[in-house]
Design a protein around this ligand. Structure first.
Ligand SMILES: Nc1nc2c(c(=O)[nH]1)N[C@H]1C(S)=C(S)[C@@H](COP(=O)(O)O)O[C@H]1N2
Ligand SMILES: [Mo]
Length: 258
């Protein structure tokens, strides 16, 4: 519904701007290739102006060392139930690799050591779970923005999809795999990090070892733990439930902004 209203507005807006080209009447111009390209351009412009309206780099509140919660509950999976994962824990994740692929110019596979040499950020933030609890923790990790710049995003890129090592629901077709996604505004936000440390120590298994997403302006379920792969995509079509996340496929909002 929203989409069709937007299309209509774009159509009206574009049709009037087409006056300059001597074209009039919606009906006879809609099929025109030039009009199609103007519509496409208008859509891109609308997306850009929305991005300008949202203060896209607004930071989530940060706290001080003394605010850190003495206990930080683990939620959802607290140990991925897979042989492969268990083996990786045995040698400090030396064989673990984060794959980055999809709509990128240069797909990569990064070790934990590679990630630790990248530009990092430390932030003390409050984690809010929809189940009604919050906790403050200190997170350190590689910023996602420079990493995405280094792999080179293709022009069609719209989302970063995060695939995890755990199946929160046992399903043979893989649809119980935990996964999440964010758009490029959040992907390039300065507080969006791939965290390998919590409260000054290597991330514990319960909190997503060896690597988890911190996307501080969003609710807890967006913060994917046990990261294995980041895929850059232009849509969620054909991806399990098609809603962009494990919980989204089960009814939660995709945009979990707080
Ligand atoms: N891979 C994976 N990531 C996950 C989950 C999960 O079950 N599996 N649970 C989510 C939810 S609902 C919350 S509140 C946080 C919990 O993070 P924590 O265990 O570090 O508290 O992780 C999120 N990320
Ligand atoms: Mo949560």
């Amino acid at each position: 519904m929203t989409f069709s209203i937007t299309r209509r507005r774009l159509l009206i807006g574009s049709a009037s701007s087409l006056g300059a080209f001597g074209l009039t009447g919606c009906d006879d111009v809609v099929g025109n290739a030039h009009v199609q390209s103007v519509l496409k351009m208008a859509e891109t412009l609308t997306m850009r102006s929305q991005r300008l309206l949202i203060p896209k780099d607004k930071l989530a509140r940060e706290f001080s060392q003394s605010d850190i919660s003495p206990t930080f509950r683990a939620n959802g999976t607290s140990h991925p139930d897979s042989e492969v994962y268990s083996q990786m824990t045995e040698n400090g994740f030396a064989n673990w690799r984060l794959k980055i692929d999809g709509l990128v110019e240069r797909p990569v596979e990064l070790s934990l050591t590679d990630l630790k040499t990248l530009p990092s950020r430390t932030q003390i933030t409050r984690h809010d779970c929809v189940e009604g609890w919050s906790a403050i923790g200190k997170w350190t990790g590689a910023q996602l923005a420079p990493l995405l710049r280094s792999v080179g995003l293709k022009p069609q890129s719209r989302y970063a999809v995060f695939y995890c090592a755990d199946q929160l629901e046992q399903a043979l077709d893989g649809s119980g795999t935990y996964y999440e996604s964010i758009d490029l505004i959040d992907a390039f936000h300065p507080q969006t990090i791939l965290a390998y440390q919590m409260n000054g120590k290597d991330l514990e298994v319960a909190h997503g070892a060896p690597l988890r997403l911190r996307v501080e302006r969003h609710l807890g379920y967006k913060h994917a733990k046990y990261l294995m792969r980041i895929e850059i995509r232009d849509s969620f079509a054909g991806l399990w439930g098609g809603k962009g996340g494990f919980w989204e496929d089960r009814g939660y909002e995709w945009y979990a902004g707080i």
